[in-house]
Each structure stands twice: as structure tokens, then as C-alpha cells.
Design a protein around this ligand. Sequence first.
Ligand SMILES: Cc1ncc(C[n+]2csc(CCOP(=O)(O)OP(=O)(O)O)c2C)c(N)n1
Length: 384
Amino acid sequence: MKAEVFVTAARDRGFDFYVGVPCSFLKPLINYVISDPQTAYIGATSEGEAIAIAAGAWLGGRKSTVICQNSGLGNTVNPLTSLNYPFRIPLLFVTTWRGQPGLKDAPQHELMGQITGELLSLMKVQHQIFPKESEAVQSALDEAAAIMAEHSLPFGFILEKGTLSSETLTQAPLAQYPPGKPEKRLTGNPPPQRIEALKAIVDSIPDRAALIATTGKTGRELFTLGDRPQQLYVVGSMGGASAIALGAALQVNIPVVAIDGDGAALMKLGNFATIGFQAPDNLIHILLDNGVHDSTGGQATMSPWVDFGAIAIACGYRSARSTDDLGIFAEFVTLALQQPGPHLIRLQIQPGSIDNLGRPTISPEQLARRFRTFLTHSKEEAAS
Ligand SMILES: Cc1ncc(C[n+]2csc(CCOP(=O)(O)OP(=O)(O)O)c2C)c(N)n1
């Protein structure tokens, strides 16, 4: 079957945004969506990142599809279970079936081939075999869409070897970014507390900007400071906040601000490369760097050895600024709002948190819908 049959039928149902990591079984589908000007394709550094970007795109009002090899299912477990499930974020999920029992395949696919369907079922991802005949595609997609609408969860198609006929790849040349330089303005004074940093962010950005806060105490402190519809507290999916922000930023014209932790950023360092490459000019990636996993008791991270600004610039961010001072930080945020991004702003903060730290009282499911409404309204306002 031609990949076009599936892609066209999916697009007719609103699915025109693909995120993925390649597999040789997927080559026709990936090559087709990369080459098709009517379809967006974001290459991710890992399958987990792909899920988070797709979730961000859904929050931004876009129906999205993740395509990957079943070897990468392990990488999707964290976001599928701690992001899509609690926040009830649907997506179309196409995974290959390397190591399908009875198929001669490489040894590294044997076990995953045996458990692919079971693993999806365990993660409450309903699934079926990717349709093999053109005539079956429309009804399979209708069924997938109906199930996604009913449960608001991902639906999977398992793609068997040889289902799709080959496609040629037409790839745009890689963009060239002007070489930047990371900027550091360190005072050596005691750095601020996280809560002061969050207050500075809220005070420095306009109300029309969206804020996506990483897991742990960052989201809890932001909620405790004051709950607002433009704020999303990513309670799980550690490291996913910046990828969610990327997926969302690509859909909207308002500033989208990811508030990351050093532990979370290090967990998904690949996100920097995808953000730098996709280069949404409305994305501001703020890193509150306390050098520890503060939320779990203050265990050290490797952040003192890591130059996040240099990494961001090397990955194609338009600017990367670092400070330990709240006043300079606020200046950096204001600059980032005025200049095209993506920007990294790293603020050194003290470990520790406030007393009487709250937890979001709204369910993740409601939170996601409130945030999605905020983002989609911003698009409607921009269009009117
Ligand atoms: C995949 C995963 N592993 C571990 C955890 C447990 N956990 C929750 S918050 C956190 C620390 C996050 O550290 P950092 O990003 O530096 O933020 P901080 O807590 O310092 O604000 C950890 C390890 C988790 N939520 N998810």
C-alpha cells in the first residue's frame, strides 16, 4: 500500500502533524511525510521526546501522530503513563513490529517483538494492526478516531514489515543559524530562591504568554504563587516540559515559556537539539538551576559541570544567557520577549522550597483542557 493513502486519510481527519524517530519498516511513511508539503514532520531525538512534542502540539490545538520503532516503546513509557494518561492527551501512534514472532529479524528485536501489543495494552493504549489494504484505511482511522474521542487517550497502529511500498525522500537542506555566543552575567552574590525566580517570571512576562512548569516543586510553587489558565504544571514526564513547550510553540504566536529544572533538563538533553533545530521564535526556555534534585531531597545533579548556555548555542538557540541575579534575570526575560528565539535563560537559584507548598488542586485532565482552551483562543484572537 502507498503511504499516501494513510497520510491523506489521516489528514482528512485533521492529523497533519507528525513527530517521530525512524525505523526501516517506517521508511515509506516517514519519507512520505517529510517530503509532503501539506504535512509537518518533526524529527525527535527520542521516542519519549516525540510523545511530549506531540502532546504539546495537541495542547496547541493540533491533532498529532507519533511514528516510531517498537524498540523505542521503552522510551515512550514515561510520557505515555505520566503525561498522556493523567492529562488525557490523545494522539495517533504508529509503531513498527520489529521482531514479530515468526519473522526473521535481528536479535535485539526478539523480546520487544513478543511484547509489543501487551506493552501497549498495559499502558492503556488501544491498538490494532496497521491496515494492509487501501480499502481498510478509512474505517481503521474512523475507529481509531472514535476510540480516541471516547477515552481521550492515544490509539496505536502496529505496522508490520512490508505493509507500505517504498517512497523517495525529499529533504530540505538544514538551515544555517548565525553563530551565537552564550552570555554570562554572574555577580557571585547569594542566588535567589525558586519562588522569587517564579515571581520574577510571572511579573516579567505578559498575561498573553503561556507558562509550562517542570515536574516537582517548580510546578507546585508556581501553583502556590497563583493559579492561572495560561499555566500548565507538568506533574510527571520529567524532562518533558521543554518538549511540550516546543510542540505548543509551533502552533501559536504567543510567547511560550518552559520553566525547567537542571535535573529535568539533563534527563532529556536531546530536547535542546530539537528546539534549536526547529527554532520557534516564540519559545523561551528558562532553566532554574539549583544544582540538585531538590524535589526529591536535594541529591546533587551534574549541573555544576555542565555549561547549559554553551549547549543551547551549540544546538542552535538564538541566545543563551546565564545569571545568578534576579534583576539581571528579569532583564534577560524582557530581552527574550523582544527578540526572536528560541532563547535559553539560566538562573542559578538556591536549593530549597517554601513552607506550606501546595499541589495543583485541579486534575491534570482539567488543567490540560483549560490550557488548551487558552492556547487555541490565542490563535483565534490572532486570526480575528
Ligand atoms: C522519570 C522520572 N524519574 C524520577 C522522578 C522523580 N523526581 C521528581 S522531581 C525530581 C527532581 C527534579 O530535579 P530538577 O529538575 O533539578 O528540579 P528541582 O527538583 O531541583 O526543582 C525527580 C528525580 C520523576 N518524576 N520522573
